[in-house]
Design a binder for this molecule. Sequence first.
Ligand SMILES: Nc1ncnc2c1ncn2[C@@H]1O[C@H](COP(=O)(O)OP(=O)(O)OP(=O)(O)O)[C@@H](O)[C@H]1O
Ligand SMILES: [Mg+2]
Length: 600
Amino acid sequence: MSESTNTFFQSDQVEQRPLRHALLLRLIGYLKPYWVGLAALLLLMAAGAALEVLPSEFTLRLIDHHLAQGTLSGAGPLLLAFLGFLALAFLVNLARYLLLAWVGQMAMLDLRMQLFDHLMRRSTHFFHRNPVGRLMTRVISDVQNLNEMFSSGFVAIVGDALSLIAIVVWMYLKHPGMATVALGIMPILLIVTEIFRRHASEAFRETQGRYAAIQAFLQEQLSGMSLVQLNAQEGRSREGFTLLNQKYLQAFIRTIFAYAVFFPVVEFITSGILAALIFYAGFKLQSGALTLGLLLAFIQQSGRFFRPIRELAERYNVMQTAMASSERIFHLLDNREAIPEAPDARPARFEREIRLEEVSFAYEPGGREVVRDLSGSIPKGRRIAVVGHTGAGKSTLINLLMRFYDVGSGRITVDGEDLRTLKVAEARGLFGLVLQDVFIFSGTLESNILLDRPKDVNRLADVLTQSQMEDLVGRLPEGLATQVGERGQRLSAGERQLVAFARMLYGNPQVLLLDEATANIDSETEHKIQRVIEQVSHRLTTFTIAHRLSTIREADEIWVMDQGRIVERGTHEALLRRGGVYAGLVRLQFGEELGTVPGI
Ligand SMILES: Nc1ncnc2c1ncn2[C@@H]1O[C@H](COP(=O)(O)OP(=O)(O)OP(=O)(O)O)[C@@H](O)[C@H]1O
Ligand SMILES: [Mg+2]
């Protein structure tokens, strides 16, 4: 099993933890802005609880005053009042549900937005370590679990408690003896519920963890589907999926088993209570100390009484799930992995040169250094090309210049100012980045060029010309408004590159950072791209990881990288004459193309 798949079998396991007050308090914080709604909700619930006992009053009166006399005459007003009560209960419940949904959804919306904003600010490193599927689960399922806790856990428990209080008070007011009989068996029910809770909750939590694992696995496999199919990995993917499903099933069966035992047992106990009530009432009815109506009303109420208690176990599970979810959410929110910006960060200016001064860098702290003691200067207006074998650390240099990562030691300066002392967004704004793989968002061609920047028609037209995109736009059925499909599937690799150039140019950067595509691009587009680069490089400083001979030849200076160091530097001709690493590399990569070049 590959390393990435392995994480699905380990991650998202939720540990057994009691409900934690700190977590709860933090969650309640999200309800604060909606406290008015919440207060109204509490009032409505109290009203609902009081209304719970009213039906029994009707039962009592109807039976004792009318049915026991063998006639329904005169019961009209009572029935009317009952209809009125039903209408009132309906309204109270309606308002309650609406309010509940509103408060819950508003709070969840806030949380989801907060999570999203938080994710937007995390560093590149963070995203390398957290699979997309897992982050999706946080924002979607875990937040949903919290909503459930709010609606069927938290608030429902308060509502149930209010109902229970109303019923107990009613029972004792009506007949303390009967009340004692009905409530006497309660401890047994509570003990059974507690035993169940212990058994079920562990299995339940495991089920949740397994479920999240399935989601994450599915997300990754579907995203990489073409790769899976290309390598005929369907069988292995299937095996992985089967294994995850089996584990989920086992956990699920354990949960279901606990429920399957619990409910019949509770049913049995409830019947016992009914039997005791009837048995006790049998004596009292004879002595006239109790009426038939009261007995029926008590039976009715005790039915209502046990429902919330039975559900308590379920509510507890909802709370447990939500606690686990909130723990994961807060863990994510507390992750501060971001590129730090000094409070006194300065605006970024680039007039003279960008320097790398003895820069070393490792992706993992204490890990292998992929850039080592590297120094170099990128003067304004110059064209630097970087060449080297795969894994030499070329793309890493771009990551460091863009400050996706901070250097381990040494420093990068812009006009003599340490990059880390500059405003992050401004420093990044100096650079226009075009990478090997261009990411295209689903949406229109135009939105992919503008991103979230305001639309400037002139600049857009300008950028389209500069990036040689006019033909492409003219060819597309709806021009700039054409939907490019998810991840730009409707564009060829070359066209995507052109879009990336347009996107970069629209930001009006000062330095072009280009990681040339190694993917196959048709020769017509290839020429276009070359022309774009040529034009751009007259205006901008360019720092290009070069895979094209043309780029290399045009460069003012070539840095030859090997294992994180610059081993040679100079112009194409000078380096060729030297006959070192560069000459070898060029012969290897461009041997045929160079056949006509004298000196090789
Ligand atoms: N996110 C990352 N986490 C850990 N190691 C990484 C990461 N990205 C790259 N590396 C490692 O750093 C080294 C340099 O990678 P880099 O991407 O800079 O190479 P490159 O010179 O751009 O190669 P190529 O020509 O194939 O693009 C490689 O050994 C690579 O495995
Ligand atoms: Mg690279």
